[in-house]
Design a protein around this ligand. Sequence first.
Ligand code: F6R
Length: 602
Amino acid sequence: MCGIVGYIGNKDVKEILLSGLDTLEYRGYDSAGIYITDEKNQGHLFKEKGRIAALRDKVDESINAYSGIGHTRWATHGVPSVENAHPHQSTSGRFTIVHNGVIENFEEVKDAYLADVHFHSTTDTEVIVQLIAWFVESEELDTIDAFKKAIVTLKGSYALALVDNENPDTLYAAKNKSPLLLGTGEGFNVISSDAMAMVRETSQFIELMDGEVATLTKDSIKIEDLAGETIERDSYTAHIDANDLGKGTYPYYMIKEIDEQPAVMRKLVQQYQNEDGNLEINEDILAEVKESDRVYIVACGTSYNAGWVGKQLIERITGTPAEVHLASEFAYNTPLLTKKPFFIFLSQSGETADSRQVLVQVNKAGYPSLTLTNVPGSTLSREAKYTLLLHAGPEIAVASTKAYTAQIAVLAILAECVAKFNGVDSPLDVAHELGIIANAIETVIDDHEVFEHLSVTHLSTSKNAFYIGRGIDYYVVMEAALKLKEVSYVQAEGWASGELKHGTIALIEDNTPVISIITDEVSGPHTRGNAHEVISRGANSMIISMEGLDRQEDAYVLPKVHDLLTPLISVIPTQLIAYYTALHRGNDVDKPRNLAKSVTVE
Ligand code: F6R
């Protein structure tokens, strides 16, 4: 969480930093700030509570500055306020810093070194910059050594960019656990939490690793470890089309990304097809899955919900048992593992700290791991043994939509390739079925007005709502409820319909919205029965069923797709319902309150 940028070079830095922060706003939007150094080496600090747009209004347009750092915040320590907004400065004003992450021992550090220092904020970050200043002033270290010494003293996660106003032609950067990239160009260099934020300036990036410190001038980047050993590392090209970063004619990214799902399904088939038109995945991965006696899927949030569908696909297509785990639980409450586990990490961003924490343990134990991610070069991608990409294009709305369907599609492709590798007949032709699904998603999206109407009739004023389903539909209602909660703020439960009468049905009263998903032939009639039970108790029922299982009473009938892949289609109405409910309630659809897209703190 939090996004940081830095630029030193030959262009005016204000707009570069602000538009970089606009792109990074998905990482947090509690406050924002920039520190820029002008032609006369004069520093200027601008901070504002809330969005980048508010900061933009505050920045003095008349300043010409060629170097600077910026930050967009998701508050961890200290309320969202101007005082707690980054950048933070040392008391003398000499050092200025931006930080993404959490310093776990900031109170101990404060007591040990900074008891006499007056703090201006209640953040953990201010401790870092005051500590650097303390090492320079009290121990007479030069800036780079003070920076390194501060890093050794601090415990926790951080991506940092630092300015010393006595040496304004240089920016300093370091990281531990939190992501940070250095970008290179002719006559300039940049620092950024991700490549997207700086892709308008450059496509050439160098990864900074944990325990390294970088010194950037406009013409050079020097990376060294904490012992001072210089590290040579080649840059890589980030293949991001800057045009993909805009909303185009859409009012919100969320609806744009919902609309992109048919194209993502088709792209995935192309990306994973070989010249003969067969789906293909690196045989080393297939051999490792074949060797394993159980697949462990680890993820958070929407990716976790996709994991449940993945479990079903892996078990039904390959015959290998699979389990799904919340990363935040697995890390501290590790289940008993089988002898030959194979780990799959699902992560749109590839940066989620909880998932990474598990991956570190998995790597330590020497188990094979695969990350499915939308972001090449992301931490989870780099640190897992293997990566499969989601090819969904940048997902910018905080609420994940196209990454969910892409994760399920890639898991289906993986499962089919494993089955073939094992000499087992796959029960479905995934490439063919994904083509059918792409068309079916288009049909559902074309009916978006139906879902806008249903959102108004069922969810415009209610405080709570239920999604119910069984089997594969249960997995989808978990995701449906999460989506509704996060963008519309309606308190929603995704419940196994058979479990209702074991307690939860006590919450049903007149007009409580209950949305049933019915795509499974065997369990569908039972869910329909449960829908009638809640209707008898006054619920405002909405049934979304699949062709062949539909009845007159149903609010919407989904086009028929393969039994194993119904989540790819049944989730679409639920995404649209979440979107329209949020829209009609006047919420900021793309940036729901309290959230951030990339959750880089545990
Ligand atoms: C919900 C959402 C989150 C993420 C979760 C994991 O719409 O986006 O629940 O799914 O924070 O993020 P990734 O997939 O980046 O690891």
